[in-house]
Every structure is written in C-alpha cells, then in structure tokens.
Ligand binder design. Structure first.
Ligand code: HEM
Length: 525
C-alpha cells in the first residue's frame, strides 16, 4: 500500500520544487531590475560586503550574527549596508552613529518590521514591541501609565521578595543535599515566575507553584516549543521559498501561537469571572487591562493578548540572561565576587536579608551589572528598528523600510571606547558617569529614544535584587574539581532572542547567614 502511494506524492513534490525554482528565477530577475533601477536612481548606499543573488548577505551572518556584524564593522566602518534576501538592512556600530539613529532621527527610525513571527505569535503586531504609529502610542501609554508606573512597580515589592525567597530556599535545599544546580534554568524559572505573578497572580515554574498543574504544564511546554521553533523565518527574507517552510518553522509557530492564545483566553476568562479585583487586594496586570477594556478606554482583545505575550517573553528571558552572565563572570572572577560580598556585608550586614531600599547603596553591585551589560547585552542588536521613510545618514541614502541593527555587542567591546575591553572589570564603572538609561550611547542595554525598553525600571530592580539576595544568602561554589578559569563563556544564538550561555553555569549553594535570619524570613530548606 505504502509504495503505491509514493509516486503521486513525489510528483506533487517535484511540481512544488519546479514551481518554487521558477518563482525564484523570476524574483531574481526582478531583483536585478530593481538593482539596475537603484543605480539609475543613483542611491548612495553605505558600504558593505558584496551580495549574492537571491540571498544577498544572508549567508554572511552565519550562526552568530552579532559576531559577523562586528567583523563587518572592522572592515567597512560604523555604518554597513546589507541586503538580507529582499530586505534592506544597516548595521550601526558606534556610539555616534547610534545617536544619529536613536536620537537625531529617532522618529524616522521608530518603525518595526512585521513578518511571520509577528503575525503568528505576536498577534499581528497588536501588542507593544512590534506595533507602530498611533497603535504603538496607545499601547506605550497604557503600559507606561497603567502597568509599569513607579507606584505599581513599588507595589510589587512583596511579590518579588516572596518569589525570590522561595527560589533561594530551593537552591539551599539542593545545596544541603550537595546537589549542583544549573543556574540558567533556575534563574529563568525565577524570572518568569516574577512576570506571571505580575500578569496573572500565579506561578508556573519550580516546586512551589500556585498555578494549576495543567496550566504549569501548558505554559512550560509552550515556552519550550517557542524556543525550539526559533524566531528566524526564511519567508521573511526570501518570500518565494516560503511555501517550502524549511525546518517547519512556520508550522511550529502556528501551533505555538494557537497554544498561547488558548492559554491567554483561559486566564482572561478566569479573571473576568473573579470580577477583576485580583487576589489580596492587588489586581494582576491582566485585571487592569480588562478593566480598561470594560470602561471603554482600553485596548482590544487581541491587543491585550499581544501585550501579555510581549511582557511574558520580553520580561523573563532578558532578566534571566543578564543574571546568568553576571553570576558566570563572578564565578570566573573570585576577586570581584569577594568585593561584592564585602560591600553586601558592609551595607546590609549579616543579620538581615537585602531589601530593595538597599540597592541604591550597593555601588559595586551596580558596577557589576553595568559591566555585565557591556560584555553580554541581553539583546546584542536591540529589537531591530525600521525606517518609516527614506532618509539620509552620514551622506548615505537609507531607503524606506530599512531594518536597523544597532550592534551594542560590538560597541561594548570596541577597544577604541574601552580599555582592555574583553576583561571583566566592574571597577571601570565605579566613578564613571555612564548609565544604562539611554543617555550614554556607548552603553545601551535597553536602547534609547522613544522605543527604549518600557520595563527598564522593573528589569533593573529584578536584576539587582536577585543578584544581591542570592549572593548575600548563599555561599556559591563551583562543582568539585571545576576551577574559576574552567567556567565556560561560550554563547548561543537563534533559539531565544537573547544570547544565552551555550553551556549552563553549575553551582553548589550553602547558607551564608546565621540560620536565625532564614527562619525569621520564613525560609525552609
Ligand atoms: C531585564 C532586562 C531587560 C533588558 C536588557 C531589556 C532590553 C530591551 C531592549 C534592548 C529593547 C528594545 C529597545 C529598542 O527597540 O531600541 C526592549 C524593549 C522592550 N522591553 Fe525590555 N528589557 C528588559 C526587561 C524588560 C521587562 C522586565 C519588560 C516588561 C516586563 C520589558 C518589556 C519590553 C517591551 C514591551 C519593549 C518594547 C518597547 C517598544 O517597542 O516601545 N523589558 N527591551
């Protein structure tokens, strides 16, 4: 039976193959004509590597696009033109050039590209991260004023403390049993629990969850499947290859998009049924959004879901990535770790836990976080911007709909800006006025200008608090036989939008404070 069915399928596949190839040749001819027209129009594009037919410079990006872009900057300068299939792109690689794109011409470059992922996973760009124009303005206003105002971030303090202490108790429990812990998934679980507590007042990762078991499984499976699908879709760059769905990425995204949608619908229905009051008098962010909708002022249903998706993904992976890299560097550099511990013992002492109010006095901690951002930015080229209209930069033509990659990874490691740039040396920031809030273009972990990260305050709070509390409460050591210089700093790229470690950081934790302090805080391990 099997073999009698194969020939027609093969035939159909061959028709597809020839169809796609013919479409490809046609597209190539169109590209050639458009290149000739570009020449006729005398567009003066920035310098860049030679382009191949069909793919342009896509293959030049390799497995680590931020590394490839760094090599290009060294060869062609701080503004490089690339053609990624049918997409115009530029790579920006110096603070001055970043200022031109993110400040001087901020409004022109405030667009975002839309593609398969934005359609299938990000609600057709109706959330915040990928939206543009008036819709983006509405979503940005709602998010800034209603969800992440100073008052609301402050109100979340007990939640952040509770989640952190639950996670640290787990870490110490494993430490008691002399178990090593992989810090990357541990910190991701902590980060996502913080975000889902905010969004839905529930947690889904770890041993002491408050979400229903089925919801935990659903969300964990969806997040894993989302990373498995990755975020690069060939159709966005070479549309005529779209029908082949190489690697099955689109099919996976479609399935994941449906899964997330069902999850959000369920949560929204539950919160409507509870009357949007939240638990313990603190409404979850989903309650706030649904209330605005009921009052007739708020975003539409897909826009609410889009925003939930943005916050879920943008708020968890980023914080976890920075915390993991910071701990990795601190385990590789015992002298820097010791300085931080001495600061914690001086400012906080060993008789109590760290409070959020302490963070402002922990200057070395702040320097450690900045140094981590410099060497390991969570998003190595920000979230790509797009030009809303044609413009000129540094005398070059930048066509409309050009994708902009600001390579903050390269800027952070540029020897003309930083002495001994590849060394982890937090001291360089101790008496430095350089901050992370978009005013200093040599350090832009959250971007700058109108599209600067909307979760900056919350993100900084989570990173500083989590690092301080973990280091203060836990004596961290490497597994037996592993030396600081053995701790790996290889990155990977392509599954998540951040650049996580290729090999997880493993540590063993032991209590560092008198047992009374843990007991008083209700920590059991
Ligand atoms: C903790 C570390 C974080 C880092 C390093 C980070 C970094 C960034 C960066 C680089 C951008 C793009 C800026 C640009 O387009 O130029 C961004 C945008 C954004 N981030 Fe964050 N982020 C963090 C945490 C968060 C958190 C905690 C949330 C929310 C809970 C969040 C929500 C967003 C949103 C919604 C945008 C899109 C803003 C817009 O397009 O208008 N981020 N973030």
């Amino acid at each position: 039976m099997e073999s009698s069915r194969q020939p027609p399928n093969l035939q159909v596949n061959m028709y597809w193959f020839y169809g796609v190839m013919i479409a490809g040749v046609l597209v190539w001819v169109v590209q050639l004509i458009s290149a000739v027209n570009q020449n006729k129009l005398k567009l003066k594009l920035p310098p860049g590597p030679p382009q191949w037919p069909f793919v342009g410079n896509l293959l030049d990006l390799g497995k680590m696009p931020h590394h490839a872009m760094t090599s290009m900057a060294k060869k062609y300068g701080d503004l490089v033109y690339l053609r990624l299939g049918v997409v115009h792109a530029v790579v920006v690689s110096s603070p001055d050039m970043a200022k031109e794109f993110l400040k001087v011409q901020d409004s022109v470059f405030s667009g975002r590209s839309s593609g398969v992922q934005s359609k299938l996973i990000f609600y057709d760009s109706q959330g915040l991260i990928l939206s543009v124009g008036d819709h983006w303005r509405l979503m940005r206003k709602v998010t800034t004023l209603e969800l992440f105002s100073t008052k609301r971030v402050k109100e979340g303090e007990p939640i952040r403390r509770e989640e952190l202490l639950i996670a640290i108790s787990d870490l110490l429990e494993k430490g008691n049993a002399k178990e090593t812990v992989k810090m990357d998934p541990f910190l991701f679980g902590l980060a996502i629990n913080n975000i889902t507590r905010l969004l839905f007042n529930e947690t889904y990762y770890g041993t002491k969850v408050t979400g229903a078991p089925q919801d935990c499984k659903t969300l964990q499976d969806l997040i894993t499947a989302n990373y498995d699908a990755g975020f690069l879709v060939i159709r966005d760059f070479i549309p005529w290859l779209g029908p082949l769905d190489l690697g099955g990425t689109e099919a996976k995204m479609k399935k994941n998009g449906r899964g997330f949608d069902a999850f959000f619908s369920k949560k929204m229905d539950e919160h409507r049924a509870q009357g949007l009051k939240g638990r313990n008098g603190l409404p979850a962010l989903v309650d706030v959004l649904l209330q605005l909708q009921q009052d007739g002022e708020g975003p539409s249903e897909p826009a609410i879901k889009g925003l939930l998706m943005d916050i879920l993904l943008a708020g968890s992976e980023t914080a976890a990535s920075v915390e993991t890299w910071a701990l990795t560097e601190l385990m590789r550099h015992p002298e820097a770790r010791q300085k931080l511990l001495t600061e914690l013992d001086t400012v906080v002492g060993r008789d109590r836990l760290v409070e959020e109010a302490d963070l402002v006095n922990l200057k070395y901690l702040q320097a450690v976080v900045k140094e981590t951002f410099r060497l390991h930015p969570a998003l190595p080229f920000l979230v790509p911007h797009e030009s809303l209209s044609a413009t000129k930069v540094a005398g070059y033509d930048i066509p409309a709909k050009t994708r902009v990659f600001v390579n903050i990874y390269h800027i952070g490691r540029d020897p003309s800006l930083w002495s001994d740039p590849l060394s982890f040396n937090p001291d360089r920031f101790l008496d430095s006025p350089i901050g992370v809030r978009g005013q200093n273009f040599e350090l832009l972990p959250f971007g700058s200008g109108r599209r600067i990260c909307v979760g900056l305050n919350l993100g900084m709070l989570l990173i500083e608090l989590n690092l301080a509390q973990i280091l203060h409460t836990c004596e961290l050591s490497l597994p037996p036989g592993v030396k600081p210089e053995d701790v790996d700093i290889e990155e990977k790229f392509g599954e998540q939008v951040t650049t996580p470690k290729a090999v997880p950081l493993e540590i063993v934790a032991a209590p560092r404070l008198p047992s009374r302090v843990y007991k008083e805080a209700g920590m059991v391990f």
